[in-house]
Design a protein. Sequence first.
Length: 317
Amino acid sequence: MNYLLIIFVILVYCIINYYIKVRKNIETFENKYEFLNSVSAFRVLGNQPYFDHFNKYDYKLRKCNKENVMNVYKNYIHNFTTEEIDAIRWLLDMLIPKMRDCIKNFPYDIWRFIKVSKLEGNMPHTRNDCIVLPAWFIKKIVKYKKNNNIEKAIKDTGLTLIHEQAHVYQKLNKSIFNRLYKKYWNFENPSKIINLHLLKNNRTNPDGLDIKWLYKTHDNTYLMPIAIYNNYAFGITDVKYVFIEIIRKNDDFYYTRRYIRMSRNDEYNIFFGTDNNYHPNETSALYFTEYFKECHKLGDVSNTQAYEQFKIWLSEL
């Protein structure tokens, strides 16, 4: 009789504990998505320090100038419709459990969104802890929801949300990403590069504002990977990826005007691969999506040494 009582008590305890956990998860999931209205969004996108990074080409190719940049950005911010909010929630409700199956440490709790048109080349990007989505991208998610096509929605738009939330992760946890870049990927990040102000034609990227990431080659050459505008560029996507050689003298680093075009066969591209590799923030965000794809067998993934090192770093978080 005592055995039955003990079993009954244990069973009741397990049921109550399970119910508490389920309720906790439901409450967390109900509160993790934020969709900023145009007023709140402008407080984020109108943040002046971002524009302090702009050069004359950044302004020109975004069709604005120092005087009207705030108004231009403000005019391209929009409110979400109920249909759009429901569609993004639908996608994330399907995506996040799949992510949790693979990636233990990630900023799952809060996803914040801003809706825009035309800004930053009409590409998804992040500002502060917000994912900024162009209207055309949101429209695709709405269409996938209408057709209940979650598989294609994840492949086509869900991977992008992972990539962008990874950028938020980078901004919230710089120290752990610095460890990846420095310990596993052989980057150095000096506090200052002398004469770097002479660089006038790089594309300012809101997902990688600190450009002073230097890759140290096997022969102790310091290379700064970067996206620079092509001559006669027509928009901010009209760029080429290059290295700028940086000279080190004792503890000082010096900018040079020596630009080296990236090659598929150079040491850097062999190590990292050739996709989106002009800043370590872009590479690590890409690798989060690669890891998700590998976990769920969604196609070919990177087989580079840098990706293998990324997986070691991820397992240690």
